[in-house]
Structure formats: structure tokens, C-alpha cells
Design a protein around this ligand. Structure first.
Ligand code: PLP
Length: 221
């Protein structure tokens, strides 16, 4: 099936439940991204700064680019002028740098805090107690050029659906708790980015508002 066929099929499943589809275009060519764009897709996710920038330069300017991969503080400056959402914020230090670079461009950059939910040591993200500590800190409270709009998580890469379901359920529960404790009066805090090609149906059942699909749209990498 073509990229546009794939998109149409997924859109049928996600539009009715109000879930945002992020097309993960890492390693895919500008031509392939343009095909998705021509089919109506406007939100794309990348995990490498250089690749994201190169694609931003040549593709239509109404694309909303999301950074979904681990971000080093020294590279934030390359994304600050245009990035729509940084989904992979995993430290206060990174948040402080995003704030600094955002202020240089007179912007407020939307961010998700990436939470470590998987049963794997290789994944990045904040532990439950670390995210609470970050949100309570004085250092966080003075940041004016970043806005936390939700949480992101990556489930364990496994066939065990029960485990995946539990991890998403825990992330949703944490989201509800953080919303109630820190963002009760803040309507912007509403995104729960969870679900990839292999597990997005479970993620939607567990309350995802944003899924990140690569291979389901563009084919295997
Ligand atoms: C690559 C990637 C995805 C998409 O993976 P697929 O299995 O191709 O859907 C989603 N989220 C993150 C953080 C990724 O790095």
C-alpha cells in the first residue's frame, strides 16, 4: 500500500477518537515526506537534530515538526527557531537550555516530559519521583519560555500485550496525578503521547492523545 493509503487507513481509526497522529519520518526521504504532506499530513516527528533541520529547510513551512528523540543541550539552538513540540524532555538542565534558546527567539516552546515506563535499561526518560521533583523545583518555576503540555512515554518493546497495557495504564495514572497536582487550572496540559506502530491500539485504549507512527505509514526502516 502507498503512503497515502496507509495514512487514510490510520486516519479512520484515529480521527473519530480525537487522537493526534505524528508521522515519524526519521530515515525517510524528503520525497516520501512530501507524499504524506500531499495526502494532508502536517505533523511529523524526527529523532535526530541535523536530519530534522535539513528536512525543515526544504519542506513546506506549515509542517509542524516534533522532536521525539534524545536531545543534547548543545543542539537545542538548532531547533529553537521553529520546533513545534519537543516530546523528549528528560532533565531540568535540558528544559533550562530550551528556555534560554526560546527566549532568544522570543518564543515559548511547548514540551512534553518524557517518562521512563519501560522494562528496559536503554530507554531515556524521567523516573516518577524525578518528574515530581522537577515540577516542584524553584528552578522550574522561573522558566518563562517553555510550556509543559503533557507527558510522553515509550513502552517496552515486547509481544507481551499485558505488560504494554500496564505500562500505558501507569503512565495515564501518573498523567492524571500530575494534572491534578500541578496543572489543574492549566488547559494547555492535556497531551499524553504514547503509542507507536506496534502498540498504538493499546495506547489509544489506555487514553493516549497523540500517537507516533513510523513504519505503519512509511514502511519498515
Ligand atoms: C522511531 C520512533 C517511533 C516510531 O516507531 P515505529 O515503530 O516505526 O512506529 C515512535 N516514537 C519514537 C520515540 C521513535 O523513536
Amino acid at each position: 500500500m502507498s503512503i497515502s493509503d496507509n495514512l487514510e487507513k490510520i486516519k479512520k481509526e484515529t480521527d473519530s477518537v480525537g487522537v493526534t497522529l505524528v508521522a515519524v519520518s526519521k530515515t525517510k526521504s524528503v520525497t516520501e515526506i512530501q507524499e504524506a504532506y500531499d495526502a494532508g499530513q502536517r505533523t511529523f516527528g524526527e529523532n535526530q537534530v541535523q536530519e530534522l533541520r535539513d528536512k525543515y529547510e526544504v519542506l513546506p513551512k506549515d509542517i509542524e515538526w516534533h522532536m521525539i528523540g534524545h536531545l543534547q543541550t548543545n543542539k537545542v539552538k538548532y531547533l529553537a527557531p521553529f520546533i513545534k513540540l519537543i516530546q523528549s524532555v528528560d532533565s531540568l538542565k535540558l528544559l533550562q537550555e530550551i528556555n534560554k534558546q526560546a527566549s532568544k527567539h522570543d518564543r515559548i516552546i511547548d514540551c512534553l516530559l518524557q517518562i521512563y515506563i519501560a522494562d528496559e535499561e536503554t530507554k531515556f526518560g524521567l523516573a516518577y519521583d524525578e518528574v515530581i521533583e522537577l515540577l516542584r523545583s524553584d528552578e522550574f518555576s522561573i522558566l518563562k519560555n517553555v510550556r509543559i503540555v503533557g507527558l510522553m512515554g515509550i513502552a517496552t518493546n515486547t509481544d507481551n500485550e499485558k505488560l504494554i497495557k500496564e505500562e500505558f495504564y501507569e503512565l495515564k495514572t501518573l498523567f492524571n496525578g500530575i494534572k491534578a497536582s500541578f496543572f489543574r487550572k492549566d488547559d494547555a496540559f492535556k497531551e499524553l503521547s504514547m503509542g507507536m506502530s506496534s502498540d498504538y491500539k493499546i495506547a489509544i485504549e489506555q487514553g493516549s492523545t497523540m500517537i507516533r507512527l513510523g513504519s505503519t505509514i512509511f514502511g519498515s526502516r
